[in-house]
Design a binder for this molecule. Structure first.
Ligand code: ATP
Length: 322
């Protein structure tokens, strides 16, 4: 696995506060990697360190194999597209002119075809010759993303790219980001929106108070939780069924609607239906519980609260995202 960016025991303190705490992970080539955490979790600080904009207190980062400060790092950064804290655009210049300015900055000799393609990709062909000072926030973000993609970088680093966008804008940017690996550009994208990370990323790193609390592909992160079942039997037999499941080592709880929620590592629904059938209880319904990253996050933060009681961080869930 080629890592385009990596964090090795990165710690960043501001005075007595700790913004990033011993963070280690890698961004593999060919994937969209999400950095997920509530406000203040340390996402921006980690990204700033990666780009050489914040000096680590300890630990290190590499970008395309280079450490900030190393000779050649500035050239490496130029080969990485970035969209951090909103795009820096010239309001009096048109979308096309802003793209040309970037093309000149990175030394592209004949960028016209690429500018056309990128304007199309970000849906701005029709507004290409409009001054971007009049653009909506969503259009500016899309132009910023187009500029970040100039020169087909191997990696783009996007800090909360959907912040401030309306629902339609969020969907557009998300769909665009998802397709970037197909064009040869891998992605590191931060967000506090769980649904967004789940929908557009291949893998995610979950941060809380600067610390990595979970990491893996979205499937792996969900799998750890996706093992529960909801079982329905004749309501008169619910209590008896719970006893039967308990005796074979399963954790069974009654839900409000008289269904039974069975937790634990269950490979196959047969592990539930068989003991019940042997006890003469027929299963009316057996359903694998669907989980999302929100539940994973809540479970993980509950676990870490057990170790050190702190306030539950506010993380925007599925209902807040589109
Ligand atoms: P947000 O989504 O709100 O930007 P984040 O996950 O990106 O959150 P950071 O901006 O990295 O989090 O902030 C992490 C912590 O570090 C916060 O407690 C923040 O107040 C603190 N912090 C960040 N930058 C500085 C700074 N320059 N000086 C002092 N404290 C800082």
């Amino acid at each position: 696995m080629t890592a385009l960016a990596s964090f090795e025991n990165l710690t960043k303190r501001y005075g007595t506060g700790i913004a990033v705490d011993d963070l280690s992970f890698a961004v593999p080539e060919g994937e969209v990697c999400g950095l997920l955490g509530p406000n203040g979790a340390g996402k921006t600080t980690a990204i700033r360190a990666l780009l050489g904009l914040a000096r680590p207190t300890s630990g290190s980062t590499t970008l395309l194999g280079m450490n900030p400060g190393e000779r050649g790092f500035t050239a490496a950064v130029r080969n990485v597209g970035t969209l951090i804290e909103g795009p820096a655009l010239y309001g009096r210049a048109t979308a096309r002119q802003n793209m040309r300015i970037e093309a000149d900055a990175i030394g592209l000799t004949d960028p016209e075809a690429e500018i056309r393609e990128l304007l199309e990709l970000v849906g701005l062909t029709e507004r290409a010759d409009t001054r971007c000072g009049s653009f909506s926030l969503g259009m500016k973000q899309r132009l910023g993303l187009g500029i970040a993609l100039m020169g087909r970088p191997r990696l783009v680093v996007l800090d909360e790219p959907t912040n401030g966008l309306d629902p339609a804008g969020i969907v557009e940017i998300r769909e665009l980001i998802k397709r970037l690996p197909e064009r040869g550009t891998s992605v590191l994208v931060s967000s506090h929106l769980l649904a967004e990370i789940q929908l557009m990323c291949d893998r995610a790193v979950i941060l809380q108070r600067g610390k990595l609390i979970a990491e893996g592909t979205i499937a792996q992160l969900l799998d750890g939780d996706g093992t529960g079942y909801v079982v329905r039997v004749d309501p008169k037999l619910t209590e008896q069924a719970m006893g039967t499941l308990g005796r074979v080592g399963l954790s069974a709880d009654r839900d409000a609607d008289d269904s039974i929620v069975v937790d634990g590592v269950i490979e196959n629904g047969k592990e539930i239906s068989q003991p019940l059938a042997q006890a003469g209880i027929y299963v009316h319904e057996l359903q694998r519980q669907s989980v999302d990253l929100e539940q994973v996050f809540l479970r993980l933060t509950d676990e870490s609260h057990d170790e050190s009681p702190v306030e539950k961080p506010a993380l925007a869930g599925v209902s807040d995202a589109v």
